[in-house]
Design a protein around this ligand. Structure first.
Ligand code: MG
Length: 179
């Protein structure tokens, strides 16, 4: 169960405090794509996310995408952000995270994985000791299997809250989140 617990929770990618990550010795970021940076049904990258990535890069962070999404779509967004990507990632498998570490030329302890799903992003990265940051999904529209997993996810998050391991806003943000 500990493997499903995110190290940190943020509502949006742009809420992440880069200076704090730096203090933890983190200088590499792995980013999920769908519902973390773009809505599942969108082809647009929001200017604020684009700007955040540019800022992180200018501060010396190395960044890559790690996505289970359609390879063509993932590569298109990677090009837009001018960052590399690990495609067909099959998170929570460990291999895509190892691949991403190689791309970033970092050790697991120097990297944070940022994503919206417990059972792929958080679980996979926790398995190899990467700092994990859980984001509130950008939209409610998702793959049908993901929608089923969300129920389990919510149950797990509630359990973490009950145990005092997470703040209860986390659960509220995800259940109340706007469309
Ligand atoms: Mg996602």
């Amino acid at each position: 169960m500990k493997l499903l617990l995110p190290k940190q929770v943020c509502n949006r990618v742009t809420d992440i405090n880069l200076a704090k990550l730096r203090k933890l010795g983190i200088s590499g970021l792995m980013l999920d794509l769908d519902n973390t940076l773009v809505r599942y049904d969108s082809e647009e990258l929001d200017q604020e996310f684009k700007a955040w990535i540019a800022k992180a890069k200018s501060e010396g962070f190395r960044i890559c995408l790690v996505s289970n999404g359609r390879p063509k779509r993932v590569m298109r967004f990677a090009r837009l952000m001018e960052i590399p990507a690990v495609i067909r990632a099959y998170k929570p498998k460990r291999s895509p995270f190892f691949q991403a570490l190689k791309l970033l030329d970092k050790a697991a302890s120097q990297v944070a994985m940022i994503g919206d799903q417990l059972f792929t992003d958080v679980l996979g990265a926790n398995r190899i000791g990467i700092h994990t940051i859980l984001i509130t999904p950008l939209g409610k529209k998702e793959f049908s299997t993901t929608r089923m997993v969300r129920k389990l996810e919510q149950r797990m998050l509630k359990r973490f809250v009950k145990k005092g391991l997470l703040a209860d806003e986390v659960v509220n943000q995800r259940s109340g989140g706007e469309q």
